[in-house]
Design a protein around this ligand. Structure first.
Ligand code: DHB
Length: 516
């Protein structure tokens, strides 16, 4: 039943014998089942490109789907660009998810590549309203950045630019936290989405030679929750921890390792994010002007200091130990000042003067911007979230729902959150299945264990005004990968908020470079 939400997770797990015997018959990609479409892609220089492409729609990527509406993918393969025939047989494959808010994400109703744009999926009837993770729709000041679309309009999505560059684009859907069966069971909570993305990768690899493109050059991309899952997909490649879950949905018998990872504002390391958030934004008021509970904030900051010390990370470019004491200096020097410098250098002299007159906390000298951490925090202003930001005492955060299970919609996933529960729970501890689920959801877990199957190329981006999580989260991800010798390209976008992607053209160029 296409589009049906009929099976429970239990029904799927009860068929593991069948799926082990041969799920693959139904997992053969039908080369001929495409429609030919055309689109116009405006590149980052403002030039239009006519692209003809083959489009495969709503292809179920596992043999025992729990819900095909979400467990399916779309494939777009360019065949003609600006009138010239192209052969994408050996091209990199961009695996671009549109997951936002850890909500369900469906591509089943898309009418072409990138339909519905980034963020929150392309419909699928997800209740509850996903937080917007709109990357392509994010307004960027014309001329504010040398990568800004010359027309001053919204930048093209990663997907469209990749297609116009001759790459194969695969857009996977995935289950999300709000999905509930008719029996009241939550079947899209953690770790469903990562299991689904892995199944999508396995499907692509299983269909080597049938799906156009180089299956050894899969590059994942996603924003926010989708960025977190992209990073997790990269970090956890071929981890055996997911085998049983993959088997339950009848995933293809193939590697789920990817070659490179793109992650924009990843909302990840969730069990440590409350502390990291307070370390970063603890003294910033909410948009109402109210301070958060400073006792809670301080307690969480203490937890962050402990965690950060235990990570034993070193900064990029020779910066020493990353600790709660050194991290402000690190962020300012490694990311924030260079970000402001790039922004200001790209402005006309007059526009730069105007900006600097409005932002006197910045010293502009010798073509470089400098400022203090405290002034930067003031510049960002209101924090988006109360405290704790992720494991809310009243279970009201989306992440509480992410760690729901069975018929329980929302649960605590940190000891501190559970201990301070205000919903009247009898137990003040996290449930016994939570620690394993946290590992399955955390790229840091896999990087700390030096997972040999991980992606070894990392493109990480974050807006400096983004207070959806701590600035430390993506910097830690970058430092962990860098510490393993991986190739890391991590920049912060000056004055940009949540979901920004102001240099998509550079990402496309980077893909060519690392996969070439
Ligand atoms: C997203 C945003 C959040 O603030 C969050 O906690 C989780 C996900 C998102 O935009 O995907």
């Amino acid at each position: 039943a296409v589009g049906g939400i009929a099976l429970s997770a239990q029904a799927a797990s009860g068929t593991s014998d069948e799926s082990a015997s041969s799920p693959s018959g139904s997992l053969v990609f039908d080369k001929d089942a495409y429609t030919e479409l055309t689109t116009t892609v405006t590149d980052t220089a403002g030039t239009e490109h006519a692209v003809t492409y083959h489009f495969w729609k709503a292809v179920t990527y596992c043999a025992e789907p729990v819900d095909e509406t979400y467990q399916s993918l779309n494939v777009s393969v360019p065949v003609k660009i600006d009138g010239k025939a192209v052969d994408a047989t050996g091209a990199p494959i961009l695996l671009a998810n549109s997951i936002g808010g850890y909500m369900p994400s469906s591509v089943a109703n898309a009418t072409g590549i990138g339909a519905g744009g980034m963020g929150g999926g392309t419909g699928g009837g997800a209740p509850g309203g996903a937080p917007s993770a709109s990357a392509s729709a994010s307004p960027s000041a014309p001329g504010a950045n040398d990568n800004t679309n010359a027309t001053g309009g919204a930048l093209a999505s990663n997907q469209l630019l990749a297609l116009a560059a001759g790459y194969v684009v695969v857009e996977p859907g995935a289950r999300g936290r709000t999905l509930k069966s008719s029996g009241g069971e939550y079947y899209g909570t953690a770790p469903a989405a990562i299991v689904d993305l892995k199944a999508a990768v396995r499907y692509i690899r299983f269909n080597k030679g049938r799906i156009p493109g180089n299956v050894e050059r899969i590059v994942s991309a996603g924003t926010s929750a989708g960025g977190a899952l992209s990073a997790l997909l990269g970090a956890s490649g071929d981890s055996r921890l997911y085998d049983k879950l993959l088997q339950e949905i009848g995933a293809a018998d193939a590697s789920d390792a990817i070659f490179a990872t793109g992650a924009w504002c990843p909302i990840t390391d969730l069990e440590h994010a409350d502390g990291a958030y307070e370390w970063n934004w603890g003294t910033n008021a909410l948009s109402t002007g109210k301070q958060v509970d400073q006792t809670v904030s301080k307690a969480l900051q203490g937890q962050f200091a402990e965690y950060q010390a235990q990570l034993r990370l070193r900064g990029l470019n020779g910066f020493g130990a990353l600790t709660a004491r050194t991290y402000d200096e690190y962020l300012v020097e490694q990311y924030l000042q260079p970000s402001a410098t790039r922004y200001l250098a790209a402005l006309s002299a007059a526009a730069r003067e105007t900006y600097l007159a409005k932002n006197t906390f910045i010293t502009w000298s010798g073509g470089r911007a400098t400022f203090t951490w405290a002034d930067f925090l003031t510049h960002v202003g209101a924090r988006k979230k109360t405290t704790p930001a992720f494991d809310a005492f009243d279970l009201s955060a989306g992440e509480n729902n992410l760690f729901g299970a069975g018929t329980t919609e929302s649960r605590h996933f940190t000891a501190y959150g559970a201990r301070n529960d205000t919903t009247g729970l009898s137990s003040k501890r996290v449930a016994s299945d939570i620690p394993e689920k946290l590992n399955l959801m955390n790229p840091m877990y896999h990087l700390q264990r030096k997972n040999p199957g991980r992606s070894q190329h990392w493109w990480i981006r974050l807006g400096t005004n983004d207070t959806d999580t701590s600035h430390v989260v993506s910097a830690n991800l970058a430092a962990a990968a860098n510490g393993l010798g991986d190739d890391v390209n991590h920049l912060y976008y000056w004055d940009q908020g949540h979901g920004a992607n102001t240099d998509p053209g550079d990402f496309i160029t980077w893909i060519a470079k690392v996969t070439g």
